[in-house]
Write a protein that binds this ligand. Structure first.
Ligand code: FAD
Length: 394
């Protein structure tokens, strides 16, 4: 078979799916990943604000892979696109016919003064399940005062996740009858980047007496000794606990040519075909690429299917489709968009929240057996197309 040797980099959502799909065609697939475990990142919220155990949301990469995939547990350090070769940190040289980079986004704590120290003190629910446990250790002990969730930058995974954190934290404090206010510091003029959806979210936030928010708040720095967040306009806001969403950057891989990456290290791709600019044998899917859409698991999932089909000679394209449920304890809305449609305003509903629970239950098996789950996802994605969801308003 032509294009037999496939190298996949990164054993997260996108990398596992595309490896399992391509090996099923009889290709020789090698997956290089630097973490022997894969964890379901949205569950960091349940760990941080409900005290759930990280172990329930982790699986070994090996258990999620078709045994025919060759697994190398190592960091990929160099990728030479012109010569179709790659080098791991431990010195293994790999050759390929196709490469698919699915190495996710790297968290950066150094672009804002005080962020690193704050991360060490309070953790966050973006970096890892362990960092989310740190958040829970603080939240579960707070009896009164203010918990701030601060968003310094908008290029982040699952853009509504800061809001989810606010709702889940506020519900926890309300149920526990604790006198804690949760405040969201948000950089855009509305409480969500899209004005229509912002109205829905704002009215929900207003229904909570323990939620506050500030828009157009650009975080300049954090002073951990005085426990204040300082805005670019000099305004200071006091906190008792602070969770900052880290900056996101492209993965730590030395790619040749260097122009294949943008200034933040994200890999430049054709936004629909997902091939790395100027290469037709190299692709980047999920959080590590620079496609102008939200960094979501759905983008990684759909990207894996597009690349699988393209390598098999089909003319599949990625529509820019994303889907992040914005959940409270018992309700949700879907934040759904694609390159041609902005997220639509909708009602919060219990049915949408239930669909999130169903998705959580399906997550790991759907990575291991993507072909079996494809019809289910097709129905779901079709039913929640941005134009359909907007029109029917369900
Ligand atoms: C709190 C939170 C809530 C979220 N909620 C949602 C949601 O509701 N819906 C949604 O669709 N998405 C959501 N997301 C986003 C979603 O989890 C990510 O977009 C998705 O996991 C990205 O998948 P990926 O395969 O691109 O990267 P990842 O799953 O991050 O995988 C990247 C893998 O590459 C490995 N790696 C990195 N560098 C190297 C290297 N040099 N060599 C080898 N291996 C490497 C990493 O260890 C990792 O295993 C959420 C994220 C968070 C944090």
């Amino acid at each position: 078979m032509n294009g037999e040797k496939v190298l996949v980099v990164g054993g997260g959502a996108g990398g596992l799916l595309v490896s399992n799909l391509l090996v099923g065609d009889g290709r020789e697939v090698t997956l290089v990943t630097n973490n022997p475990e894969h964890y379901f990142q949205p569950a960091n919220l349940f760990i941080a604000f409900k005290g759930e155990s990280p172990e329930s949301y982790k699986r070994s990469v090996e258990s999620l892979l078709d045994p025919k995939v060759r697994l190398i547990l190592d960091k990929l350090s160099k990728l030479d696109l012109g010569n179709r070769t790659a080098l791991t940190e431990r010195g293994k040289r790999l050759e390929y016919d196709y490469v698919i980079v699915a190495a996710g986004a790297r968290m950066d704590y150094n672009s804002l003064p005080g962020m690193k120290e704050n991360f060490e003190m309070f953790g966050d629910y973006y970096s890892s399940p362990e960092a989310a446990v740190k958040v829970w250790n603080t939240v579960s002990r707070m009896k009164n005062g203010k918990l701030i969730i601060g968003v310094p930058d908008l290029i982040i995974k699952c853009p509504p996740a800061p809001h989810k954190g606010v709702f889940l934290a506020a519900e926890f404090f309300k149920k526990e009858k604790r006198d804690v206010t949760v405040e969201l510091l948000y950089p855009s003029p509305h409480i969500y980047t899209e004005a229509e959806l912002a109205k829905t979210i704002e009215s929900k936030m207003k229904s909570f007496s323990n939620i506050e928010y500030r828009t157009s708040f650009l975080i300049d720095s954090v002073d951990k000794d005085r426990k204040v967040v300082i805005g670019m306009n000099g305004e200071e806001i006091k906190y008792d606990a602070l969770v900052l969403i880290p900056f996101h950057k492209g993965p730590e891989i030395d790619v040749n040519p260097a122009e294949a990456r943008d200034d933040d290290g994200f890999i430049k791709v054709d936004k629909r075909k997902l091939n790395i600019t100027s290469y037709d044998d190299a692709f980047a899917i999920g959080d590590c690429n620079n496609a102008p859409t939200s960094k979501t698991g759905v983008a990684a999932h759909l990207g894996a299917f597009v690349v699988w089909k393209r390598i098999n000679g089909r003319n599949a394209e990625y529509s820019g489709r994303t889907n992040c449920p914005l959940i409270t304890d018992d309700e949700a809305i879907f934040v759904i968009s694609d390159y041609d449609h902005k997220p639509v305003g909708q009602r919060f509903s219990r049915l949408k929240r239930l669909m999130e629970d169903l998705f959580v239950a399906m997550y790991f098996p759907s990575l291991r057996y993507p072909r079996k789950f494809e019809p289910i996802f097709d129905v779901y994605f079709n039913a929640t197309e941005p134009n359909i969801l907007g029109e029917k308003g369900w």
